[in-house]
Design a protein. Structure first.
Length: 356
């Protein structure tokens, strides 16, 4: 296949991957909105696994991942990764269409800001050449540290869960989304390590079968955990959690690459500046998405209408009924009549009794 045809096929597969991830995110968001929060974690998980819509979302995520891997086979990383950021742009109109509303101007602005920041991050974080893989010892350390960080993010301690408030679900959703992206990024790094282990190219001694099995179990655990965490994140909305997932995934991979694999940003010091600026741009986009598409803001007109319809209508006054004269002493309460009473003087002495 010539380079032009390979590039075109990579673009097509990247668009298919973005569409698959977007459809999966919308399906998970609607499932989260339709499923009440259960106090029992195991009960909630059983209820989730019993829903056919959940397995559709799992299948769409798997299809998006396969299309992404195939696109990387035919095209360079610098082309495929930025196109994967179109997941957010595709999910916005799809989610709005399913919710029977329009995408707000703030949401479009937030999506463009986030997309620009994500493309900037991917452009400077991806290595120009395949990097080295983690050793088995480093893989276990990364897995343990990531599990601890995910536990803190999922527990809600970093976003003030105990304080409550109207923006509590949205903040918890962003915490779960961050944990989901980190879990997926670590799963990708461990997948690279497993591939190197199967090819007998790991640093150090040759891995044994049980060491390779541990890597496979860790990859499955982080991949499944990332999917379940994203499901919990979508209880706070669709756009902002999806943006955070797409941002924290490459960020986690970049931290592993810089800290453990000796990688660095492209263009040296300029690459660090571009990454910092892109992070600020993406953060601005997430803030706009959080403000522009909250479920409370969308449901407010419908809620006011429902409340207005539920209020009782005032009944007719007795003086409004035909054929009845105006009666003195009636306070005008709907459907009620009050007996006429003598007024009590507020001031002045009581009249003296008449002598017999």
């Amino acid at each position: 296949m010539n380079p032009a045809a390979g590039t075109a096929l990579a673009v097509l597969l990247s668009l298919v991957s973005a569409a698959g991830y977007a459809l999966a995110a919308v399906a998970q968001s609607r499932l989260a909105a339709a499923s009440p929060a259960a106090p029992d974690g195991r009960g909630a998980l059983r209820a989730l696994l019993a829903r056919g819509q959940w397995w559709w979302a799992v299948g769409l995520n798997a299809a998006g991942a396969l299309a992404h891997v195939a696109a990387l086979h035919y095209g360079p990383l610098t082309l495929v990764q930025p196109l994967g950021a179109l997941t957010l742009v595709a999910a916005l109109p799809l989610g709005a269409y399913c919710a029977r509303r329009r995408v707000t101007r703030t949401e479009w602005r937030g999506a463009l800001w986030t997309l620009g920041g994500l493309v900037g991050l991917v452009a400077v974080t991806g290595p120009a050449a395949p990097g080295e893989a983690l050793s088995l010892r480093e893989s276990l350390i990364v897995a343990a540290a990531t599990a601890l960080l995910i536990a803190v993010l999922a527990s809600g301690r970093l976003h003030g869960r105990e304080h409550g408030g109207t923006d509590g679900p949205a903040r918890r959703g962003l915490g779960h989304a961050t944990a989901s992206g980190i879990a997926s990024g670590v799963a990708s790094a461990l997948t690279q390590t497993l591939t190197a282990a199967l090819a007998l190219e790991l640093p150090g001694t040759e891995p044994t079968w049980w060491q390779t099995a541990i890597l496979a179990v860790l990859i499955s655990a982080f991949a499944s955990g990332g999917l379940l965490l994203s499901q919990a994140a979508y209880r706070g909305g669709l756009a902002a959690p999806l943006a955070v997932v797409n941002l924290s995934n490459p960020a986690a991979a970049a931290v592993i690459g810089v800290a453990l694999l000796g990688e660095t940003f492209r263009a040296g010091a300029w690459g660090w500046l571009v990454a910092a600026g892109a992070s600020l741009v993406a953060a601005r986009g997430v803030v706009l998405l959080t403000k522009g598409g909250t479920p409370e803001a969308v449901a407010a007109p419908e809620t006011r209408t429902a409340v207005a319809e539920a209020l009782p209508m005032p009944g007719p006054r007795l003086s409004d009924l035909p054929g009845l004269p105006d009666l003195p002493g009636l306070p005008g309460l709907p459907g009620l009549s009050a007996p006429e009473t003598d007024p009590v003087p507020a001031t002045g002495p009581a009249p003296a009794p008449v002598a017999g």
